[in-house]
Design a protein around this ligand. Structure first.
Ligand SMILES: [Cu+2]
Length: 472
């Protein structure tokens, strides 16, 4: 019976997973579809094939129709898009459109958003990772009903065969002879053995299918840190999920193969944003300069050639303080020359809801800072970290999508720059950059978070740290 229960609940397995943006699988993005500015939220499916829910909010009016299409990010599938779905306009909020899209295979996908309206037509392509994160379990009630039905059907077929061989040829009213009864018992025994055999084979088949699917559940690459004097080595390791034999499929994301965030444990008092160099296949190395002794949580953002981003996670124990020249972007909350970074948005927000987090850099007299510069090609970078380290997300003013994936989503014939999704044009990189940045993001679960915001001014990277409370 235990075996039968296993059959009914075989799909109850689950696996821990850490996607890119640890604990934060949904996509938040601000960009422009032609002349239409739009905030996009894509709730990624947990099983593949599965349904992604797409929400698009247009801050300005003038939109008449919105169509959405899912395609793989790269490859042949990207060239032959299926028929577009028309997104549904919300009744409560007429500038909000929603839709649901099937993602049929694991990997990096994109959602093409086609807008028509008073300002002509426009398209925006938003990359989205579609990864099986778990196997859906079967509902207990449903499993119970199916199990009872199976027992009923199995017993039914045995008794039908028995009755047929015992009294099938008897004239009405006649009692079966002892030899008929004996033969019926033999037939019932043989039938029972056959039925149990069929159920056993069915269970085997089901088990094989479930095992096959569980192999498709996304498992991030592993990483092993070792300290060699003041040098940190990070060795990428396979965990056996759709991974190439070599680690040579990484592409640079705003100039670097890895963006490594090093966070002091347990108080998250300091954070470093580092860029380890690739030393050999799958091995990154970083000069740590000086680092106080203690425990550190490491988050390494990488992007695969397919456009699929992931974050490798590990812990580093520094037994004794490392002395040397300070490297990287050491970040305490004190800014130079009396400058101050301030958060303009509320410090308490709702979970799972799109927020536009707003930050300003001010000089000592409270005026907007001047001399702003791009930092690694972006007006700002931010890291979102939950106090228990269960959530980590690396954000830019365009949202959660890495620049490398975004560049791949653009049509091959377009000269679109990889920062096209930003809410500011590239002409600003030469002209004056504003001292104000926004990040679209939805905190995945309630709790206490910190947001580390990095902006560059006068050749210096400034980091602000902001506590944020997320409620249900
Ligand atoms: Cu960044």
């Amino acid at each position: 019976m235990g075996r039968l229960l296993t059959l009914a609940s075989m799909l109850g397995l689950s696996a821990a997973s850490a996607l890119a943006h640890v604990g934060s699988p949904d996509v938040f993005f601000e960009g422009k579809a032609g002349e239409y500015r739009v905030f996009v939220t894509i709730r990624t499916p947990q099983v593949i094939p599965g349904v992604a829910e797409v929400e698009m909010r247009f801050p300005e009016p003038g939109v008449e129709q919105v169509k959405i299409t899912p395609t793989p990010l790269t490859g042949l599938g990207a060239k032959f898009a299926p028929t577009a779905d028309t997104a549904v306009q919300s009744r409560q909020d007429t500038q909000m459109y929603t839709g649901a899209l099937w993602m049929m295979s694991s990997g990096e996908w994109q959602v093409r958003i086609n807008v028509t309206g008073q300002k002509g037509a426009g398209e925006l392509r938003v990359p989205v990772p579609a990864l099986a994160q778990k196997t859906m379990g079967m509902d207990r009630t449903m499993a119970g009903i199916l199990l009872a039905l199976m027992v009923f059907l199995a017993a039914g077929i045995v008794s039908i065969f028995g009755a047929a061989s015992r009294e099938g040829k008897l004239p009405p009213g006649e009692q079966p002879s002892p030899s008929n009864i004996r033969r019926a018992r033999i037939v019932m025994a043989v039938t029972a053995v056959a039925v149990v055999g069929i159920i056993f084979l069915g269970n085997q088949w089901w088990g094989a299918e479930a095992a096959d699917y569980s192999k498709k559940i996304f498992k991030p690459l592993g990483v092993k840190p070792t300290l060699n004097g003041r040098f940190l080595n990070l060795q990428l390791e396979h965990t056996g999920w759709m991974q190439p034999a070599a680690f040579d499929d990484l592409v640079p994301d705003h100039g670097y193969l890895m963006h490594l965030f090093l966070v002091a444990k347990p108080d998250q008092s300091r954070i470093w944003h580092l860029h380890p160099a690739l030393a050999s296949n799958g091995v990154f190395t970083q000069d740590l300069g000086s680092l106080p002794a203690g425990k550190y949580q490491l988050f390494g953002d990488i992007v695969h050639r397919t456009g699929l981003p992931e974050t490798v996670v590990t812990e580093l124990d520094v037994p004794a303080a490392i002395d040397g020249d300070l490297q990287g972007d050491d970040s305490t909350n004190t800014l130079s020359d009396g400058f101050k970074m301030v958060m303009e948005s509320p410090a308490t927000v709702k979970a799972k809801t799109l927020q536009v987090m707003k930050f300003k850099l001010q000089d000592a007299s409270g005026q907007p800072a001047t001399g702003m510069e791009l930092y690694l090609g972006m007006p700002a970078h931010a890291a979102v970290l939950k106090n228990d380290f269960a959530v980590f997300s690396h954000l830019h003013p365009s949202g959660t999508v890495p620049a490398a994936s975004l560049a791949m989503a653009q049509p091959a014939d377009s000269k679109a720059d990889p920062h096209a999704g930003h809410n500011m044009t590239m002409t600003m990189s030469t002209a004056e950059l504003p001292a104000e940045v926004t990040f679209p993001y939805g905190f995945p679960e309630p709790g206490s978070y910190r947001m580390f915001v990095q902006m560059k001014r006068a050749g210096k990277v400034e980091t602000g740290v902001f506590p944020i409370t997320v409620t249900q």
